[in-house]
Design a protein around this ligand. Structure first.
Ligand code: B12
Length: 468
């Protein structure tokens, strides 16, 4: 069966991060089925679905699948409704990815989507396509939700995670025009040393239970072997001459020995690439040997998910880590000349203005080079979402789902005050002489950081929105 997979482009999604979810399920599809995948990424070239209609009709898909974050919800709705009216009636619409996983009912009731694949999608998708092709019921396919004949929403049992992720083939980059992403890459943290940059994922899952997080890949940490991961770097360097990788794991250094082995292999492989930990790394699982390996291997930027430095709030959020170890890691990495970034969240339930200010002071005085201060969103499917079932972020527009909106606020601070504190945090953090000197010293491209990162900060200060 021809399977068309679409990455939507929404008003709020101003990045051109490659559609990793679609690239992985396509590769898996090709390895474990006869189906023929095709990917259309509207975000990569800011194109409209209307621009691709002829191409879609010609491909004649049996299934059309969409991915997307919540900030891309209106685009998911528009694209599925637009195509439903123009492709033949037998086409089955399927959705997956962060938004559809946590808002499966909303997606099934407000779009022509017949099935939602929740969470890790590879195995569920292959099984579901088999049912669709053989016109069998999908009632026993784990990990999916769908509209039953009487239009009630059915959620089949969750699927166990893939035990050995070394079984999953490398992302199917041949299904996209990779050169297009090298034109003006702005992925994660929008800071890159080269335009020939791609994201890599060396593990899935995170054992920690931070209450605001989706835990997209569950709590079991499943790691690719160093051989498997290095083979992908080798492939991307040889095939696409990449000069930089951005590691997107949720918990890359859970297994410290594996992490060190990977970096020893990158060093011995002489790949001459730059590396960023764009989605954060566990600051409490870093030692001097790891910092040394990072430096030698070309790591130039590391993000830390600090979220809050205030002990009472960290406990409340189940954000377990030893702050002394995290501070020691930030200091050592900064001393090694590697640029550091801190993710902070303000507006936690019962959080006071005083606690938010304590957190801002911590950030300002820290050795971090850059930071961003997001405002908590309570999404369904997160521990906070279970704890506050009637406080899920209400939808009025895609910005509602952005970490810059104040659509959910259970803190002791008013929405306006919270927004003012977010601006105050950015101003106090960035307009601090020592920080400016640190940014200049540790940034791979001073021009880049002032044009891109400061533009992001100014956008937040002036317009209350972080433009990625
Ligand atoms: C890289 C990243 C980014 C990138 C781009 C992400 C993107 N997809 O476009 C950037 C930096 C731009 C980004 C920004 C934001 N992000 Co972000 N990001 C990530 C991160 C760390 C990795 C994404 C990734 O590559 N995952 C790996 C791929 C393989 O996973 P996947 O896409 O989920 O695909 C799998 C399944 O979902 C499924 N699947 C996916 N699509 C489909 C489609 C079909 C048809 C099927 C069958 C299956 C299927 O199969 C795939 C393989 O198993 C994730 C965390 C995570 N671990 O995923 C957060 C995450 C996606 N981000 C999140 C959020 C909230 C944001 C922000 C909105 C936060 C903010 N500041 O406001 C911003 C938005 C910024 C903006 N305005 O553009 C949330 C999403 C929540 C939601 N409901 O949308 C996540 C899940 C983080 C979290 N743990 O809570 N992010």
């Amino acid at each position: 069966m021809n399977v068309l997979l679409i990455q939507p482009f929404g008003n709020e999604s101003n990045n051109n991060y490659p559609p990793m979810g679609l690239l992985y399920i396509s590769a898996y599809l090709r390895k474990y089925s006869q189906h023929i995948p095709k990917i259309i990424d509207l975000r990569a070239d800011r194109s409209r679905i209307e621009d691709h209609l002829d191409e879609i009709i010609q491909f004649n898909p049996g299934v059309i699948g969409l991915t997307g974050m919540s900030i891309e919800w209106s685009a998911i709705k528009y694209i599925t409704t637009y195509l439903k009216a123009r492709v033949n009636d037998n086409v089955v619409f399927i959705a997956g990815g962060p938004h559809s996983t946590i808002f499966s009912k909303m997606v099934l009731q407000h779009t022509p989507v017949k099935y939602v694949v929740r969470g890790e999608g590879e195995v569920s998708f292959v099984e579901l396509l088999k049912c669709i092709q053989e016109k069998q019921s999908a009632a026993d396919v784990k990990g999916i939700s769908y509209l039953s004949d009487n239009d009630t929403v059915r959620h089949n049992d969750n699927r166990d995670s893939i035990a050995d992720i070394n079984d999953i083939p490398f992302p199917a980059y041949d299904l996209i025009d990779v050169e297009k992403y090298f034109l003006n890459p702005h992925f994660h943290g929008n800071l890159n040393t080269s335009k020939r940059v791609l994201p890599l994922i060396s593990s899935r899952g995170c054992p920690f239970r931070c209450k605001f997080c989706h835990h997209s890949f569950g709590h079991k940490f499943r790691a690719r072997s160093a051989d498997n991961f290095i083979a992908e770097i080798d492939f991307l360097v040889k095939k696409y001459s990449i000069r930089e990788i951005q590691i997107e794991d949720d918990a890359f250094n859970m297994d410290i020995d594996r992490a060190k082995l990977i970096f020893k292999r990158i060093i011995s492989g002489k790949y001459d690439i730059k590396i960023a930990f764009a989605n954060g790394i566990r600051g409490d699982r870093i030692d001097d040997e790891m910092v040394d390996l990072f430096k030698k291997a070309g790591v130039y930027r590391i993000h830390f998910g600090i979220e809050t430095s205030v002990a009472r709030v960290r406990k409340l959020v189940d954000k377990e880590y030893d702050m002394n170890k995290v501070n020691a890691a930030i200091n050592a990495i900064n001393k090694a000349g590697i640029s550091t970034h801190g993710f902070f969240i303000i507006g936690f339930p019962t959080e006071s203005e005083e606690e938010i200010r304590m957190d801002i002071d911590y950030a300002v005085k820290s050795k971090l080079a850059t930071a961003n201060f997001s405002i908590l969103k309570i999404f369904p499917g997160t521990p906070f979402g279970d704890e506050y079932p009637d406080q899920h972020v209400p939808y009025s527009d895609d910005f509602s789902f952005s970490y810059d909106s104040t659509r959910t606020n259970l803190s002791l601070v008013s929405n306006d005050r919270l927004k003012k504190l977010q601006r105050h945090a950015a101003i106090k953090f960035y307009f601090y002489p020592k920080r400016i000197a640190r940014i200049i010293r540790t940034s791979p491209s001073v021009v880049g950081i002032f044009t891109k990162n400061f533009a992001m900060v100014l956008g937040l200060i002036l317009h209350g929105k972080t433009k990625y």
